[in-house]
Design a protein around this ligand. Structure first.
Ligand code: NAD
Length: 288
């Protein structure tokens, strides 16, 4: 029976470490790290993520300002907001909550963020630094996964890490991180066109599911003793819950747990790590 990796516990340890480091920073008379969060429109999920980031920042002593704009803001106006934040010496980190409304080009906005303030690690310069192993901001969800592995003492050196999903926010940056010197995994990235995916998944010492489909990873896709990291967040209907649904991952948790060596639950696995890494990045923006 797999050991459950407790993402809530590990994330709370990291937040505590960030809090101590923020205290050490401000105790010398410097101002607190500052994160500017840009939210456009009224998507409830985006608004909820932004509230979570603001709350977590406040708890560790990071100041965060949420700048909220109507769905009707033009691309030019939003670019001007980003430019103003780039120039503001009291802002250390800038985060633009995605997705943006259809009339705004996400890429153009992300590219306008100063790489020095790109705490989400989405700017092409940040992605480039990551891919050639230069120091920089860590991509939040992938770095959160690496922290889960490290703090659970899971050997990555020489391990075969199979990642299902090739998105720019999870699959690809995770592949880059797992390949880094010091982590040293052998990486296979699978996607919707991959042939023979179950057989590849079965080779994994570390199997990461970042697909966005409930229960995609079944027991027959997991090697006995493997570490299974579930990034997916999917709503499935559940009339027994007041809100009518519950959240599940991409892994069929109940079927896979008896086979795996370690497994992350959903919720309470990868999810809490993403904000913890964002806080680490904002601290880094203020202190380097
Ligand atoms: P995405 O939709 O951008 O990418 C999904 C990937 O899955 C694609 O690369 C696609 O090729 C692959 N895929 C789709 N169907 C497939 C199939 N049948 N076989 C093999 N591969 C297939 O998604 P994303 O942004 O990477 O997110 C993936 C999941 O992770 C979502 O559920 C999302 O909500 C969740 N997520 C969680 C966190 C977190 O903090 N826990 C952060 C980001 C994303």
């Amino acid at each position: 029976m797999a050991h459950i990796i407790d993402g809530r516990l590990i994330a709370s340890q990291i937040r505590q470490e960030v809090k101590q480091a923020v205290l050490a920073h401000t105790s010398t008379g410097r101002r607190a790290p500052n994160l500017a969060v840009v939210l456009v429109g009224e998507d409830p999920a985006s608004a909820s993520y932004v509230r979570g980031k603001a709350k977590a920042s406040a708890e560790v002593g990071i100041e965060s300002d949420t700048l909220t704009f109507a769905e009707t803001i033009s691309e030019g106006e939003l670019l001007a907001v980003v430019k103003r934040l780039n120039a503001d010496h009291n802002v250390d980190g800038i985060l633009v909550q995605l997705p943006l409304p259809a009339h705004i080009d996400d890429t153009r906005i992300i590219n306008a963020i100063s790489p020095e303030k790109d705490v989400d690690c989405f700017h092409p310069a940040s992605v480039g630094r990551l891919s050639i192993g230069l120091d920089g901001y860590a991509p939040a969800t992938p770095a959160g996964i690496v922290l889960l592995l490290e703090r659970s003492n899971i050997e990555t050196s020489g391990a075969h890490c199979v990642i299902i999903g090739r998105s720019n926010i999870v699959g690809k940056p995770l592949a880059n991180l797992m390949l880094r010197k010091g982590i040293d995994a052998t990486v296979t990235v699978c996607h919707s066109r991959t042939r023979g995916l179950p057989a590849l998944a079965r080779q994994a010492d570390i199997l990461v599911a970042a697909i966005g489909r409930a229960h995609f990873v079944t027991a027959d896709m997991v090697k006995p003793g493997a570490t299974v990291i579930d990034v997916g967040i999917n709503r499935v209907s559940d009339p027994s819950r007041e809100r009518g649904y519950r959240l599940v991952g991409d892994v069929d948790f109940d079927a896979v747990r008896p086979i795996a060596g370690h497994i992350t639950p959903v919720p309470g696995g990868v999810g809490p790590m993403t904000i913890a890494v964002l806080l680490q990045n904002t601290l880094k923006a203020a202190t380097t």
